[in-house]
Design a protein around this ligand. Structure first.
Ligand SMILES: [Zn+2]
Length: 428
């Protein structure tokens, strides 16, 4: 009779070998399992000396496990080196997130996962690719990938778009100083979403490795500030610009009418899916802006500048405004494209300090500091923020060229803005 030995560990390895990629993450890479190691496991010759940690274990290694779990946001007990039920619970959570059996025991594979976090995550493969047009679906996958790789980040939704897409937010850090960056109020300006998402990834990478970005100590900023990011305020509009108008769109015929019979939405469309320009839909001289619409030939929904039927009439603006009212943001930046310009004032309401910060941002980026005039100076997000909260709020127009800016412009845009994104979180 032949006895077949079955090992759960081998079973899990083989399962992951079969999956190989889970939600775009290279599973084998995370678990650091190569074929050579597998052979040695199959031959029952595991070279590595390995100790199991479980309830009752004690010592410095247990402290290290607790500290790592704590950093990942999976453990809130004392870092006391005693493996108790709280530590076990944290290990179970990590195992669930890592898609391994939630046994609560630090076995070989769990220790491999922990080690990745202890040593710094495998960064050989970036999650956010900056060379593809950034649709909602790609962003959604990226957010999931980041959450798998960095389980300690807070990810959520501030509301839904008209077509039911999530308005995702990501929170970086746990400090008291709250700041807020958002992108893609305007559909055609989706490159702003990419800027913010790449910033999120690089910031997390630096944090986990304990590295600086330029002269900014990310671990220090992490403990002092919380950076809230809503990378895509207008996902319905972004997808319309990038993917074109699909026949199953609820507003199919309306959209063609609002676009004056044109079925090409790739070059001019800024509004949301109901033809409302979200950055004209906030409650800051909204009525004045409404009166000015006719001068600009705006008589209803369309690609740009239509302010809607009342302030915050759109779920996207309502969600951003509610999120802002709920949080005590010290500073906000709304990212737009293009022009390489920073707008800092609204009806002479911005403070001297706000101007100084604007000047600093201008020096850090090489962008011009300007004041908006005419119709563009009403009912935008930063206008509303300045009027309502009497705090610094900025509209930053990234890049130069014709919208939508191609991703070939990305590297310069990123390099121009990285100092602003970091400085914004350390200002006081
Ligand atoms: Zn814009």
């Amino acid at each position: 009779m032949k006895i077949i030995k079955f090992s759960i560990k081998n079973g899990i390895v083989n399962l992951f070998k079969k999956i190989k990629y889970y939600r775009g993450v290279d599973v084998l890479k995370i678990y650091n399992i190569d074929s050579k190691e597998k052979e040695s496991i199959n031959g029952n010759t595991v070279n590595k000396v390995f100790k199991i940690y479980k309830i009752g274990s004690k010592g410095a290694n247990v402290k290290e496990i607790q500290a790592t779990l704590n950093k990942l946001g999976l453990y809130e007990g004392d870092i006391d080196g005693i493996f108790g039920v709280k530590t076990e619970d944290g290990i179970k959570k990590l195992q669930k997130l890592s898609k391994v059996l939630p046994t609560g025991v630090v076995d070989y594979y769990t220790s491999e996962v922990l080690e990745k976090f202890i040593l710094g995550h495998d960064t050989s493969m970036d999650i956010v690719n900056t060379n593809i047009d950034y649709t909602y679906e790609i962003m959604k996958k990226n957010i999931k990938g980041l959450k798998i790789r960095y389980p300690f980040i807070e990810v959520g939704s501030i509301g839904k778009s008209i077509l039911g897409k999530e308005l995702y937010y990501i929170k970086l850090g746990n400090g008291e100083n709250k700041v807020f960056y958002n992108g893609a109020h305007h559909a055609i300006e989706w490159i702003t979403s990419l800027l913010l998402m790449k910033f999120v990834e690089n910031y997390l990478k630096a944090y986990i490795k304990g590295e600086k970005i330029l002269n900014y100590d990310v671990n220090e900023i992490w403990s002092k500030s919380s950076i809230y990011i809503v990378p895509m305020v207008n996902p319905d509009g972004v997808d319309l610009v990038i993917d074109g108008l699909k026949e199953n769109n609820l507003y199919y015929y309306d959209l063609i009418k609002w676009n004056k019979g044109n079925t090409d939405f790739s070059k001019k469309w800024s509004a949301n899916i109901r033809g409302v320009d979200l950055n004209h839909n906030y409650d800051a001289s909204w009525a004045k802006g409404k009166m000015a619409e006719k001068e600009y030939g705006i008589y209803g929904p369309g690609p740009t500048r239509y302010s809607g039927i009342y302030p915050e009439s759109e779920p996207e603006t309502k969600a951003v405004a509610d999120f802002t009212r709920k949080n005590d943001f010290k500073i906000v930046i709304a990212y737009h494209s293009q022009g390489e310009v920073i707008y800092w004032d609204y009806m002479n309401m911005a403070s001297k300090r706000a101007k100084e910060i604007g000047e600093l941002f201008s020096r850090l980026s090489g962008y011009e500091l300007e004041e908006a005039h005419g119709m563009t100076s009403y009912s935008g997000y930063k206008d509303w923020f300045i009027e309502k909260f009497k705090r610094p709020g900025y509209t930053i127009e990234i890049g130069k060229g014709i919208n939508p800016l191609p991703t070939t412009k990305f590297t310069k845009i990123y390099n121009d803005n990285i100092r602003i994104l970091l400085e914004g979180a350390v200002l006081n």
